[in-house]
Each structure stands twice: as C-alpha cells, then as structure tokens.
Design a protein around this ligand. Structure first.
Ligand code: DSN
Length: 415
C-alpha cells in the first residue's frame, strides 16, 4: 500500500475503505469468502507481470523458467487434492471453464441438458442471455414443485427424450447435495458426457465434508473464490482421455494468455486446503448453514427445499411483504451483505426476483458459530420486517457492528 498511496492516494483510500467495509459488515454472499492473506499477497506478486501462452515446457514466450514451476505445482497439487486424472488451471473464470468444456467435445448446435436458472442453474448453463445458449442447444430441467429438489426421474425422462450430447449437473443456487452417481447413470444411458459445475462447492469437496463429483463425471469445473477461499479464476478437472482436448479448448480455443498470479494463487490454496484450519472452516460452514436454515424456518420463512446440505440457504420471500431487491437493500443498510436471487416461482413472471441467497462461508471463516448465526438471523428478521423503520434498521446496524468487532476478519490467521 506504500507505493499505491504515493502513486494514487484516491485509489489507496478506496482500498482502505473496502477493507473497512469487509471488517464492519457481515458477508453472507454465497459466492464470496475471506481469502487468506497469503492469497492476496501472491495475487499481487510479480507473477502478475508474466505473459504466457501454451503450457509448461511448451510456451510461446521465453522467460518461463519459474512460471512453469508455478503451473506444474498447481497441476500436481490440484490433481492430488481432488483425486483427478487431469487438470487445467488456466481458465479465467467458471464461465470460461464451462465454455472450454463445451467446446472440447461438442460441436456447435449439439444438445445439452442442464438446470434452469430460476431453479438453481447458472448463466453459463445455457441461459438465453449467455453466449453458451447461442452456441449449443440447451434444454433445462427443473426442481420438483413440491420438494423443490432435483427430480432425478424427471431428469432421466428429459434425457431420454432430448438425447443430449452433454448433461450438466451443478448449480449456483441449489442448497442440496447432487446425486452425481445417479446423474452419471442417466448420462450413461443416453451416451452423454457428464459435466459437474461445483463452483460453489469446491472448498466443501476439497475438505471432504460433502461427496465429490470427480469419480462420477467426465468433467468437473469450479472457481477458487467461493467456499474454496482462494483467488479469482476457474479450474477444469477431467478424465485423462479428455486432457488434450481440454488443453486445446482452453488455449488457444477460448482464451489467450492466462493469469500467472492467479495460477499461483490456485497452487497456494490447493496446499492450504489440506490444513486442519481449512477443513475446520468448511465443517463449520456446513453446520452454520444448517443452523441458519433452521432458525429462519422457526420464524416461518419459506426456505427453498426445506433446508440445506451445503453453504447456501435460499429464502423465498413471496409470502412476505418484501421483494428480493428491497430485502437486499434494507439488509445492506443494516450491514448484512447478501444478494437477491430468483426462485423457482419467478420463472413465470419476467423480471421478478422474489428471493435472497445466503451463504455461510465468510462468517464461518471469521470464526462465528451457532450463537452468532442465531443472532444474525434475529437481526435479519428485525431489519427485513421493518425496512421503513429507520430506528430499527439503525439498531440492527449497531448490533452487526458489535458482532463484527468480536469476530474480526482473521484471513486464515487462526480458525
Ligand atoms: N456465479 C455467481 C454467483 O453464484 O453469485 C458468481 O460467482
């Protein structure tokens, strides 16, 4: 910060302000976490300078003596951590990783079966606003309207009728475990490739607190900044037989140079993920999400699927007098940061967002447990049910501040 403060005091001040915002608010965004300090260091290191194209030992620029070692470390550690036959650590993001998987084995126009966005899927799973839907012919499965969970019989029926070349098992807002074995049986029945997008779940899988998709899938993609607690960027795991195709699809197929600083951060988080501290945060993340869901249900909130098996809790606010956006705004003014989210019922009403998505990762990384989670639910309820009462929202803000002071962001210093 010394140099930044000298070169651009305005930007330096914004960094300090952001640090303070993180320190003084409760982060319930399921797609975020508090990364270890060493991750921030390596992302800001000289590895940011190096331009690479190609793969270790086969580069298009010289001077790769050290960055080849960095990428090889990320490859060895990542494969070993997830028990994968092959890994590519170059994708810039989860969407880039998914694009590369599609282009590795599909032809444009091929059929893909994936989860619908309002039911939990992701933009890069063929949403009409995403380039993925313009390149491939997506059909979407939904959750069962009663259980709000994946109905595998229905997925099978759709697979038999659509005959996709690829099935995507994975989601960005689905709080339940996915039965990858069942998905693999369905994919096998229709001779489709199976891709699991575990962007949200990678940290939980790395710590072995939920089952891994790796043994059941041809391809697995993930990002490193959610439960994984690392830096930005995506990763592809696959069976050895697809390795060459994946490498070509990533570079030069879908992207040019990759970010060496982020590849180094991936190598680092794959090492840290083996430490007891990391595992303990992931265990706490699961426990805290369950407590959060229970406490909200005690207050009669409609929790999608009636609970959670991972770090996410989805609230459908349809029966409450507040929209997803108003809840997000009101909670932000009270110091509780989360995002509005579409829920299954929103699919018939264009532009309607009736839910909010909560994640337990970042508060667990701060060391919070059951008493704090129950307090957070009390505070959320107080603010959301009184969004127009400034005094109530202010009172919640003060109590959030107190909680934040008791549990400072420790950046992996202790767990
Ligand atoms: N996929 C987006 C989310 O889940 O919020 C960003 O990571």
């Amino acid at each position: 910060m010394l140099y930044l403060a000298n070169d651009d005091p305005e930007l330096a001040k914004l960094v300090i302000n952001e640090e303070s915002r993180l320190e003084t608010t409760l982060n319930l965004i399921a797609a975020e976490n508090h990364s270890p300090q060493s991750i921030l260091e390596i992302m800001g290191s000289v590895f940011n300078t190096k331009t690479i194209e190609g793969y270790p030992g086969k580069r298009f620029h010289s001077g790769c003596i050290h960055v080849d070692k960095v990428e090889n470390l990320a490859i060895t550690r990542g494969k070993s951590l997830f028990g994968a036959e092959y890994i590519n650590v170059q994708p810039h993001s989860g969407t880039s990783a998914n694009l590369a998987v599609y282009f590795s084995v599909l032809k444009t126009g091929d059929r893909v079966l994936s989860m619908s966005l309002p039911h939990g899927g992701h933009l890069s799973h063929g949403h009409k606003a995403s380039i993925t839907s313009k390149c491939f012919d997506f059909s979407h499965y939904k959750v069962n309207s009663e259980t709000e969970m994946i109905d595998y019989d229905r997925v099978r029926e759709m697979a038999l009728s659509v005959k996709p070349r690829m099935i995507v098992a994975g989601a960005s807002s689905y709080p339940r475990l996915i039965d990858y074995e069942k998905m693999s049986q369905i994919a096998g029945e229709v001779s489709a490739f199976l891709l699991a997008d575990m962007a949200h779940l990678a940290g939980l899988v790395a710590a072995k607190v939920i089952p891994s998709p790796v043994p059941h899938c041809d391809f697995v993609t993930f990002t490193c900044y959610k439960t994984m607690m690392g830096g930005r960027g995506g990763v592809i795991l696959c069976k050895e037989t697809f390795g060459k195709k994946i490498d070509k699809a990533v570079f030069p197929g879908c992207q040019g140079t990759s970010a060496v600083n982020l590849i180094a951060a991936k190598a680092l988080i794959f090492k840290l993920a083996r430490e007891e501290k990391f595992v303990s945060i992931q265990k706490k993340t699961i426990q805290n999400a369950r407590i959060m869901a229970e406490a909200l249900m005690e207050k009669d909130y409609h929790i999608i699927s009636g609970g959670t098996d991972n770090h996410q809790v989805l609230i459908d606010l349809t029966s409450r007098s507040i929209s997803g956006k108003s809840a997000e705004d009101c909670l932000e003014s009270a110091g509780i940061i989360l995002n509005r989210n579409v829920v299954p019922k929103d699919e018939t009403t264009l532009g309607k967002v009736s839910g909010i998505r909560l994640g337990s990762g970042a508060v667990s990384a701060r060391g919070m447990g059951e008493p704090q989670i129950r307090k957070i639910v009390e505070l959320m309820d107080m603010a959301m049910m009184n969004p127009a009462k400034k005094a109530v929202v202010k009172e919640v803000r003060n109590r959030v501040l107190k909680l934040c002071r008791e549990f400072p962001v420790n950046r992996f210093a202790e767990a």
